[in-house]
Design a protein around this ligand. Structure first.
Ligand SMILES: Nc1nc2c(c(=O)[nH]1)N[C@H]1C(S)=C(S)[C@@H](COP(=O)(O)O)O[C@H]1N2
Ligand SMILES: [Mo]
Length: 383
């Protein structure tokens, strides 16, 4: 019995595999990737600020928007990437670059760069999505890995775009009307336009199903969002409960310490007796959900003044939580001096719930949720 010949690139004549389709879907994917990359860089630098980079504490809601966009564009990129891969998969059956020649070498290098691009991107989107589900099943540190992969993707993507530039140019504006003979005719079934609508529809659908975790208007539709922004004690979700963090509350000997030019020590009642301020600020979690809330407490700049430190001081925030990535954080000068930044004692009209950081937590504008340290018992002025 004779085996059928293996497929070649020519075995897939559908116009849905035409470079025009790859160009159109590629443009959408490129837009999602660009938004995701830039907002990701911003988030990374807020958490790991190089000394040369000034990060402003305003607009107060900026991080809520950028991180919402980061997770949204990442999720939307998934159906776009799948569609892009489907469009170009007949390339897998293209002639192997053989026998060896300069041309074959170039083809091999190009294919290797695409392998890097596709695998890095699939891994990046997968670990990012799993992270929004608060699942960290790997032994490597998530953020550093996610960040390194992002640069690998950008590098491989620039190579890919450079190689494909002539093809992209030729197909940028090409339509059946402007160049009827240059596109193979639709055979049966799905047309190109039908495919574009399907892919755009799928991307919109997953977007709408998840954007509600940071945009309250879409809350009820957010079936892909692991956390509803308004569900939790005091109308605010909890990422890590006091129980999970090993924090049990306080006894009557509890003291709040400020270590600056002067060392100060307060009981909870003494903290409550200090001048209180209000801030409307969101918790904007790196995992994509965010929710605004009303906070009351003592301005950090007032505490700095009380201990004789300049308002523009860097402050280390220390939690009662032992160990863990989030047990300490640092307030850069601008954040410590911002009048919205509080040592919060109250949330949405009531005393802080233990899961929200009782007796005291940090809340600052334009700051990733991971840095809004809960169960704070010490501030150290960094000199
Ligand atoms: N000490 C401490 N503070 C913490 C955390 C933590 O695990 N430990 N989690 C952070 C994260 S990831 C977020 S999103 C916010 C959530 O605050 P909430 O639980 O009050 O909504 O708290 C932050 N503060
Ligand atoms: Mo978070």
């Amino acid at each position: 019995m004779k085996l059928p010949a293996p497929p070649t690139e020519k075995s897939f004549p559908s116009p849905l595999h035409h470079p025009r389709v790859a160009t159109v879907i590629g443009r959408w994917l490129a837009a999602a990737v660009t938004i995701c990359f830039l907002t990701g860089l911003y988030s990374h630098f807020l958490q790991d600020t190089p000394s040369w980079l000034p990060v402003p504490s305003r607009p107060a809601n900026l991080y809520r928007v950028t991180q919402g966009l980061h997770v949204l564009s990442g999720i939307v990129a998934v159906p776009l990437l799948l569609a892009k891969l489907w469009t170009v998969y007949p390339k897998l059956f293209a002639k192997p670059p053989w026998p060896p020649s300069r041309q074959a070498l170039a083809t091999m290098l190009e294919r290797a760069s695409i392998l890097v691009l596709v695998s890095a991107m699939a891994l990046e989107l997968f670990i990012g999505f799993v992270n929004t589900l608060q699942w960290y099943p790997w032994p490597f540190p998530f953020r550093q890995t996610h960040y390194a992969l992002a640069w690998i993707i950008v590098g491989a993507l620039l190579v890919h775009l450079a190689v494909k530039l002539p093809l992209i140019r030729a197909n940028w504006r090409r339509t059946a009307e402007t160049a009827p003979d240059s596109l193979p005719p639709a055979i049966t079934g799905l047309t190109r336009r039908g495919l574009f609508r399907t892919v755009a529809g799928a991307a919109t659908l997953v977007g709408i199903a998840s954007v509600g975790q940071s945009a309250p208007a879409f809350g009820p539709l957010a079936v892909l969002a692991p956390r509803k922004p308004n569900i939790g004690p005091q109308g605010l979700p909890v990422n890590r409960t006091a129980g999970a963090a090993g924090v049990t509350g306080i006894d009557e000997n509890w003291r709040f310490l400020i270590m600056g030019p002067q060392q100060l020590s307060y009981s909870l009642d003494q903290l409550r007796a200090l001048p209180q301020s209000r801030s409307e600020l969101p918790i904007a979690c790196v995992e994509g959900w965010s929710q605004g809330a009303r906070w009351e407490g003592i301005r950090i700049r007032d505490l700095l003044e009380l201990c004789g430190a300049p308002a523009q001081s860097r402050v280390r925030v220390v939690s009662m939580e032992k160990g863990g990535f989030y047990a300490t954080s640092e307030l850069p000068e601008e954040f410590a001096a911002d009048p919205l930044t509080l040592l919060a004692l109250r949330l949405n009209g009531g005393e802080l719930a233990l899961d929200h950081g009782f007796p005291a937590r940090i809340i600052a504008p334009n700051r990733p949720g991971v840095l809004q340290t809960k169960w704070v018992h010490r501030l150290e002025v960094i000199t």
